[in-house]
Write a protein that binds this ligand. Structure first.
Ligand SMILES: *Cc1c(COP(=O)(O)O)cnc(C)c1O
Length: 397
């Protein structure tokens, strides 16, 4: 089945007991035990398992083409569980270009815990080749990267890592399985902040680990989930499962909008540089084309979606995140971010409403993000309105 169908139907059947078409929320933390000591419903205790969590995990595994999934209370809890499934002394090769919270968690928690981590640039894959050694168990990366939207060749990284006996983990939050399926390309684990596109409405925090095989490593991730207990609430699982139903629609509309905005910004005199992998002049465009699937265009160009501007032949809606550098510098960039009316100045990404952010002041002083850079998370509003909004903000500086 296609992802649009799975998004609606995976683990989402009418409730056999009541006929309810929308799934009931199972708040119970404990479950009835039968006279013989068994658990007739198959559930024992809320930290270990819950019907809403099980449905979410089944749906996520199907959307991402995995054999299993584990849902967590946040994206960082999911990422943490993967690293805790390693042993102290194990070596991991981690891209420098990752979510700043992941970097901080690895440095502040996992180094102290005894992991050996090489943080390296994946811009040149010879760095990856050189960093791998006999104790390397994991290679961890994001593509597209955030906020520079660089593209890393997944097939090449996977070959290098597997030749060295290491698993590959891809944080697939930005692309979502609608645009990129790392497990299908050979990666072992896909991890997500469900807070972003899965939830899709800026109203629920969550995370997910999805695996190609339910092997011993996944069993340890499961152990982390139930014994460390960073589990999502039944209501949060329900909200995220509900969000998944519209994921392909939302990402399709958002990416089509993002492409139009990227084209608009490319032609704007107040903008120095646009970072969007769907533009043909983006340095990672050819690899992005290879490993990300462009979406079917939206309903019709007349509705403001789909339709490529002829000025940019070959451009594709590869994602709904982009960043750009304001020609007049940092102060002007900050002014633009506080002058938009439809783009809300706030951190986070992936929701139906468009957000704008001066990334360098959020990611911290140590981050290498250019000071004149603004990051956009493009929502589902009409592209025309979003463009008018950006235009008036850019023209104000
Ligand atoms: C937000 C984010 C995370 C962390 O997820 P939380 O749900 O905030 O814990 C990890 N990776 C990426 C790419 C993110 O955008």
């Amino acid at each position: 089945m296609k992802i649009e169908t799975l998004a609606v139907h995976a683990a989402n059947e009418p409730d056999p007991d009541t006929g309810a078409v929308a799934a009931p929320i199972h708040m119970s933390t404990t479950y009835l035990r039968a006279g013989d000591g068994s658990y007739p419903g198959g559930y024992v205790y809320g930290r270990s398992e819950n019907p809403n969590r099980a449905a979410l995990e089944t749906a996520l595994a199907q959307l991402e083409g995995g054999a299993g999934a584990a849902a967590f209370a946040s994206g960082l809890a999911a990422i943490h569980a993967i690293f805790q499934a390693l042993q102290p002394g194990d070596h991991a090769v981690v891209s420098q270009d990752i979510y700043h919270g992941t970097q901080a968690m690895l440095e502040k928690v996992m180094l102290r815990w005894g992991l050996d981590i090489s943080f390296i640039s994946f811009d040149d894959l010879n760095n990856v080749r050189a960093a791998l050694h006999k104790d390397t168990r994991l290679v961890y990366l994001e593509t597209p990267t955030n906020p520079m939207m660089k593209i890393i060749d997944l097939a090449e990284v996977i070959t290098l890592a597997h030749n060295a006996g290491a698993k590959v983990v891809v944080d697939n939050t930005l692309a979502t399985p609608v645009l990129q399926r790392p497990l299908g390309l050979g990666a072992d684990i896909s991890v997500h902040s469900s807070t972003k596109y899965f939830g899709g409405h800026s109203d629920v925090t969550g995370g997910a680990v999805i695996v190609k095989s339910t092997d011993e490593f996944f069993a340890r991730i499961r152990e982390e989930q139930s014994l460390a207990g960073a589990v999502p609430s039944p209501f949060d699982c329900w909200l995220i499962r509900r969000g998944l139903a519209t994921l392909p629609l939302r990402v399709g509309a958002q990416a089509a909008n993002a492409l139009r905005i990227a084209e608009f910004l490319s032609a704007h005199p107040g903008v120095n540089c646009v970072h969007y992998p769907g533009l043909p002049d983006h340095p990672g465009h050819a690899i992005a084309r290879k490993q990300m699937s462009p979406l079917t265009p939206g309903p019709s160009p007349a509705s403001g979606r789909g339709g490529n501007a002829s000025k940019f032949p070959g451009s594709l809606p590869l994602g709904a995140m982009l960043s750009f550098q304001v020609a007049a510098g940092e102060a002007a960039a900050r002014k633009v971010a506080s002058t938009t009316k439809l783009f809300t100045q706030a951190t986070s990404l992936g929701s139906v409403e468009s957000l704008i952010e001066h990334r360098a002041s959020v990611a911290g002083e140590s981050a290498s993000t250019p000071r004149d850079l603004l990051r956009l998370s493009v929502g589902i509003e009409a592209a025309e309105d979003l463009i008018v909004d950006l235009d008036q903000a850019l023209n104000s500086v």
